[in-house]
Design a protein around this ligand. Structure first.
Ligand code: NDP
Length: 271
């Protein structure tokens, strides 16, 4: 039987690492990518080939995709996952930091999609799984640039789905809620680099409170399981939000309407 081939970005920690390992355990050959090669080396195995790569580097991405096609002859699954969260008030995050957020979270995904699509079209099969976020359909104060990047991922995925379904290619969005990874700690490191005037102090106090539930949040394995299911199902759902908080936030916004939803968020954040 032909071995299925997957590309997973952001595989040095969290969701990407758990996904690479689960896909490999289930028979996939996985090209696992990130910038921290020492971390990737820890998951190298018969079915996991680590590749040092920054998702802002178009040339490196094309080289990697060419390498996968040359050595394995096909690409069955792309998991676009590498990303980070730029916290800070919309007014205060610098344009450079905002651009960088889109470079990684949006154009990083787009570069990979453009690189694998010619091969998937030739095969007349393939599955692109984009990891979005609970903040891809809603947003809350302090998360503006991150939420904007994830809204863009949702829009690109929805558009691409309609364009390539006739080539036998599925485009699936998985939208996680709060998951216990290195993500929140990195968000707070980045928040420290943003200068806020005193008027935003209440917001700055609220952000750690909001993420205080992270230690109790589920681990990345539940998202990896959802990716495996999406990658192997014959007719996978186009969008999967999990755990429960990721589903209920979108339903609550739809049910309450924007004005009441925004008010409830401000009450919860005490801002
Ligand atoms: P982690 O911080 O644990 O992992 C992020 C991964 O992205 C790392 O492997 C990192 O590798 C990689 N990465 C970041 N920047 C780049 C870059 N420029 N080039 C290549 N790789 C990069 O976070 P998660 O596992 O939680 O995040 C994975 C995805 O899940 C993200 O897209 C995030 O937005 C999304 N998500 C996470 C949630 C959560 O609560 N954890 C909630 C909703 C969505 P390295 O630094 O080695 O390059």
């Amino acid at each position: 039987m032909t071995q299925h081939i997957a590309l997973v970005t952001g595989a040095s920690s969290g969701i990407g690492k758990a996904t690479a390992q689960l896909l490999a355990k289930n028979g996939f050959y996985v090209f696992a990518m990130a910038r921290r090669m020492d971390r990737l080396e820890q998951i190298r195995s018969e079915n996991i080939e680590p590749i040092c790569l920054d998702v802002t580097d178009t040339v490196a991405i094309q080289k990697t995709v060419d390498h996968a096609i040359t050595t394995k002859g096909r690409i069955d699954v792309l998991v676009n996952n590498a990303g980070y969260g730029q916290l800070g008030a919309v007014e205060c995050v610098s344009m450079e930091a905002a651009h960088q957020q889109f470079e990684v979270n949006v154009f990083g995904y787009a570069r990979f999609m453009q690189a694998v699509l010619p091969q998937m079209r030739t095969q007349n099969s393939g599955c692109i799984i984009n990891i979005a976020s609970i903040l891809g359909k809603t947003s809350i104060p302090g998360f503006g640039w991150y939420a904007a990047s994830k809204h863009a991922v949702e829009a690109l995925s929805e558009t691409l789905r309609g364009e390539v379904i006739k080539f036998g290619i599925n485009v699936i969005v998985i939208a996680p809620g709060l998951i216990k990874t290195e993500f929140a700690a990195k968000e707070f490191e980045l928040l420290k680099t943003v200068k806020h005037p005193p008027a935003y102090q209440k917001l700055l106090n609220a952000l750690p409170r909001l993420l205080a539930g992270e230690p109790q949040a589920p681990g990345p394995e539940i998202i990896a399981q959802a990716v495996l299911k999406a990658a192997t199902a014959s007719s996978p759902p186009t969008r999967h939000a999990l755990p429960l908080d990721a589903k209920t936030a979108v339903i609550a916004k739809w049910f309450l309407g924007s004005r009441i939803f925004d008010w409830a968020v401000r009450q919860k954040m005490k801002i």
